[in-house]
Write a protein that binds this ligand. Structure first.
Ligand code: LLP
Length: 422
């Protein structure tokens, strides 16, 4: 865990590249990903048998390609994500299930793709077992279990307990076994993901539930997945999960199951945020600075259409300023950071519930660059065209080079699917 965010409020470079040069060359808003950070995060998790990337966090096919080359497997939650995995060179099936479709429903496209490519399914609803059984009788499946509790950085990212739509209720395992038997389906693994951005205390509770569930299914189990959920540091005072301790807890369960079943059980982890968050920077330009009563606003050229986490969850992202004039040691001022959208909630410094908050940032000028950090996970992927804004360029910094991995959308693309009927 050698690379960490430094939480400085001034910054001139990302991975040795001048931010001003990047902004001049590629324009803003600009998503920048540092590939070395992703590689480091993959290395951190090497003790697990399999790392399966939850690509919903950052699904650009260049990122998937690089992860594939680091032997990271991939999760897909939609037909589109299956297409992405295939486009990035993942084999549809084979040893260890390179691609797993994990969802609570099959839409028709997804079921079609699963059938066509023989993709492994991690079922999140009992009905999925029947629907798969109809088209792929005799398949192996895993089950995503809701252990009856959950925890996340926000109520909206808590994926366990009776209020969550996710997974198969832990009490319904027998019923799932009956459904599987009807189609000659074998339950080969179990998976639990209780939420995103949780903590060791909650993650650890999952281990006990996994042991109980696996023992109740029995000897057909050959994999267990700890799901994702590993937090990253968005604030200086936040901490990482002790990965060694976390692994130890899971490994104990795995060893118990191996003894009980008398065969090997693979231990998988399925992070999204942990692999993708800290590599990403959203570089914006300050286009206006104004005072509203006692509040000073920096208004930048990216909005919640580019980075939705603050408006959705009151999420905190580290923010830094890059002065275009190279000015250093400028005094810190309390500011509100907002975007260009025609909606009051378009504020990057806000608490959950929409309450505007302040950030201490260097005094800036119009034209300076403002960087929203740790924005790799759930950043670009949740971007939209709201207010008919074009989605940003994505850039990968790798081996000292800046490579465009998605070009800025064009106005032609924006209108391409629309027609005016006669
Ligand atoms: N596995 C499953 C089944 C999931 O549902 C998720 C996330 C993950 C793995 C990856 O979780 P992670 O390691 O990234 O915590 N948009 C929210 C996060 C939503 C997470 C949805 N599921 C955010 O921006 O915080």
């Amino acid at each position: 865990m050698t690379i960490t965010t430094n939480f400085a409020t001034s910054r001139t470079e990302i991975a040795g590249h001048s931010i001003t040069d990047l902004a001049n060359q590629f324009g803003t808003p600009l998503y920048v990903y540092d590939s070395a950070v992703i590689a480091q995060r993959v290395a951190d998790l090497q003790m697990f048998d399999d790392i399966r990337y939850a690509q919903k966090a950052l699904s650009n096919i260049a990122i998937l390609d690089r992860l594939r080359k680091q032997n990271v497997l991939v999760d897909a939650v939609s037909a589109g994500e299956i297409h992405r995995a295939l486009a990035a060179g993942y084999e549809p099936h084979g040893e260890g299930h390179p691609i797993v479709y994990t969802a609570d429903i099959f839409d028709r496209e997804a079921l079609e793709l699963v059938k066509k490519h023989g993709i492994h399914v991690n079922c999140g609803s009992p009905d999925m077992i029947d629907q798969l059984g109809e088209v792929v009788p005799g398949a192996d499946i895993t089950l995503r279990i809701n252990p009856g509790f959950g925890h996340g950085h926000s109520q909206k990212t808590n994926t366990g307990g009776p209020q969550s739509k996710h997974g198969i209720w832990h009490g319904d395992l027998d019923e799932c076994q009956r459904r599987a038997d009807r189609y000659g389906i074998t339950i080969t693994g179990l998976h639990m993901h209780i939420g995103s951005g949780t903590d060791l205390e909650h993650l650890s509770k999952v281990c006990d539930s996994m042991r109980d569930a696996a023992l109740s299914v029995g000897r057909t189990i050959t994999t267990i997945s700890a799901g994702g959920g590993l937090p990253v540091r968005y604030k200086k005072e936040e901490t990482y999960v002790d990965l060694a301790a976390y692994y130890k807890l899971w490994n104990t369960v795995r060893e118990e199951l191996q003894t009980e079943f008398d065969h090997a059980v693979r231990l998988e982890i399925e992070p999204g945020r942990y692999l993708a968050a800290e590599c990403g920077y959203l570089v914006t330009e300050i286009r206006a600075i104004k005072n509203m009563g006692e509040n000073m606003f920096y208004l930048v050229d990216a909005g919640f259409n580019d980075l939705a986490r603050p408006i959705l969850y009151g999420a905190h992202h580290p923010i830094s300023i890059c002065s275009r004039s190279g000015a250093e040691d400028r005094p810190l001022v309390n500011v509100v950071v907002g975007g260009p959208l025609c909606e009051s909630g378009d504020i990057f410094t806000q608490e959950e519930g929409g309450f505007v908050s302040h950030r201490e940032l260097p005094r800036a000028e119009v034209g300076d660059l403002l960087i929203l950090e740790n924005a790799g996970a759930y950043g670009f992927v949740m971007a939209s065209n709201y207010n008919s804004r074009l989605r940003a360029t994505e850039l990968l910094l790798e081996d000292g080079q800046a490579k465009v991995i998605r070009s800025r959308e064009t106005f032609e693309q924006l209108l391409a699917s629309e027609t005016i009927p006669s």
